[in-house]
Design a protein around this ligand. Sequence first.
Ligand code: HEM
Length: 329
Amino acid sequence: MRAPSTNWREQVAPDEDERFARYAQGLVAAQRKRSAAQGEGRALHRKQVLALAGELEVAAGLPAHASHGLFASPGRHEVLVRLSNGAMERSSDRRPDVRGFSFKVFGVKGPNALGSGETTSQDFTMINHDKFSAAKAAEFAELVLALDRGPLAVLGHLVRTYGFFGALRHAKAAKAVITKPFTGFATERFSTVLPLCCGPYAMRARLLPPGGEPRPDARDDWAADLRGRLERGPLSYRMQAQFFVDEAITPIEDASVDWPESEAPWIDVATLTIAPQSFDDEAAKARQAKAEQGIFDPWNALAEHRPLGDVMRARKVAYYASQKARGVA
Ligand code: HEM
């Protein structure tokens, strides 16, 4: 086990502004096609499974390296949660997919991560994976854009990029990401996967699920599964953080590495509680609409939690473009 270190560095490629703008443009073109068929929506994670009101309680007595930004002082914060399926289109919950768990923490105040003013909320965007499918944004963005053009385009892209055998390997790996078994939003772990600052340190964050038995029919309707569980009582997720120790073990610029717990242990930093709530009155409808039309963006953050690394920098451009295209930014 290593001590948390402030010795992390970002490496910005000279051509990345131009490339990231191109990925964002391609994503928006794909988004517009789907919006024409399905109505306004996000470029990715279009299907909102459920929006929930929650509360985040930051723990007291955190170690000095964790006590920055949102985690600087103990206390309770109102939270809006948006659960989603990752695909570019809204489709059945039964379809294998990456799942998203985003939440916006209110009641913070300070300079924002974009360096453009102040923020009064801190967003976390998590998925049900511990590492990203690609080391860099390029690999992911090119694949998503090929997916938009259909299976033949994907095949062409993979063969051109990796050669015939490399293409087979990459196709298999991409399939494994999408088809990773998922049992529900109350029974799976979610992670930011990628690093963000914690003051002068760098961290990743994750949520441990409340648990309970997975329901065999949950995959027909993830929202119904959660509503059923909430009828029986609150759901409580442990929020944990792990910290950068060394570029070789906990890289900032390679998103495909799962920082090893043996060297960078997870510690509890907060608890996210979802209390039983109504799902069929006006307040519930307003909550669903607020999340659907809202912004959940890793760059909606305190400067003390600025996102880090190539994939995070690409997301800055892509999320803003998607928000603009759906008319919320
Ligand atoms: C190059 C990499 C990535 C690109 C280009 C990308 C792009 C996008 C875009 C354009 C959206 C829609 C934004 C909006 O209109 O609100 C989105 C949503 C989302 N992405 Fe990513 N993404 C990337 C990587 C990731 C990673 C690594 C994670 C998680 C660890 C992630 C989690 C999410 C989640 C949870 C949402 C839904 C946000 C919401 O609920 O509003 N993405 N992504």
